[in-house]
Design a protein. Structure first.
Ligand code: SF4
Length: 290
């Protein structure tokens, strides 16, 4: 882990990454790709030392309240967050300045901050997003070795639902010949239904590979799935998009299962839900004067 000072913290779309790099070790991770120009080892987490000061200034200056997102390029609940509490403190600022939050993670460490997330959702809006890729915990430990299992993530989704916080699941990526089975898709959706998930984002059954993440992915295939790398190379060569051969059938199952459970799948609608801000306090204050 190392510290750096940065110039800005919020992106044009109000997203933030307090950390750079990630130690969860997902074998398919796109954030490893060389196009992102990281000048340090991916597991040597860069901590943006002045992130909280910058965030406070940015929130204070904003004319219009909005949702602040985190979790796009690095998980906000890395093991070092236990001690550093940057994510927790950023949520405190979001609450203090009356903004909303949308958080994407694979870690059950988010349960530590349930109190703040709930507070934010009572005042404005909070949406918690979790990525699920496989319902089998043993497979999960191979493809996402550094973070909690799907079972524990489903527990988080249930806890959020019980706290009144809406949840959205990212069903991605689906790795050809590894987790691209009908049973896997059905079981994940079943668990989402059980956990009261509002919607599932799915952009197709496959993954993307490019320079940087491809090399790491292949190393891990050699380690955990001998012979699989050769199968990928034969079938996909150097393609960026790696669709499952079962893509059509799995997408059919995805839509029909989600429909039967009343789970939202329209991506445009789900994007809107992630960015829709609501000021519940304002409505409350207005009603006092009506
Ligand atoms: S949690 Fe996300 S950023 Fe971290 S290794 Fe996994 S895919 Fe990459």
């Amino acid at each position: 882990m190392h510290y750096v000072k940065v110039k800005g913290i919020l992106s044009a779309k109000n997203g933030m990454n307090l950390y750079r790099g990630c130690s969860h070790g997902c074998i398919y991770c796109d954030s490893r790709s060389t196009c992102y120009g990281m000048d340090h080892a991916f597991e040597d987490i860069e901590v943006k030392e002045n992130a909280l000061e910058l965030l406070e200034v940015a929130l204070r200056r904003k004319r219009k309240k909005c949702m602040i997102g985190t979790g796009a390029m690095s998980d906000p609940y890395l093991p070092l967050e236990k001690e550093l509490c940057y994510t927790r403190r950023s949520l405190e600022l979001i609450r203090q300045y009356g903004f909303g939050a949308s958080v994407l993670t694979k870690s059950n460490l988010i349960l530590r901050d349930l109190d703040i997330l709930q507070d934010i959702h009572e005042r404005t809006r909070c949406v918690v997003q979790m990525t699920l890729t496989t319902w089998e915990d043993a497979l999960c430990k191979k493809i996402e070795p550094g973070v909690c299992t799907t079972r524990e993530r489903v527990h988080v989704l249930k806890a959020m639902k019980d706290a009144g916080i809406p949840t959205i699941v990212w069903l991605s990526p689906i790795l050809p010949f590894i987790n691209d089975t009908k049973e896997n898709i059905r079981n994940i959706i079943h668990q989402c239904a059980d956990a009261g998930v509002y919607g599932i984002l799915c952009f197709g059954m496959g993954l993307t590979l490019r320079e940087g993440n491809r090399e790491y992915f292949y190393q891990q295939l050699d380690r955990h799935f001998p012979g699989m790398k050769e199968q990928y190379i034969r079938r996909y060569g150097n393609l960026y998009q790696i669709p499952s051969p079962r893509q059509k059938e799995l997408m059919r199952i995805f839509y029909s299962e989600c429909k039967s459970y009343g789970i939202e799948t329209r991506t445009d609608h789900l994007w809107e839900e992630l960015s829709r801000f609501e000021d519940k306090q304002q409505g409350h204050q207005m009603s006092l004067f009506e």
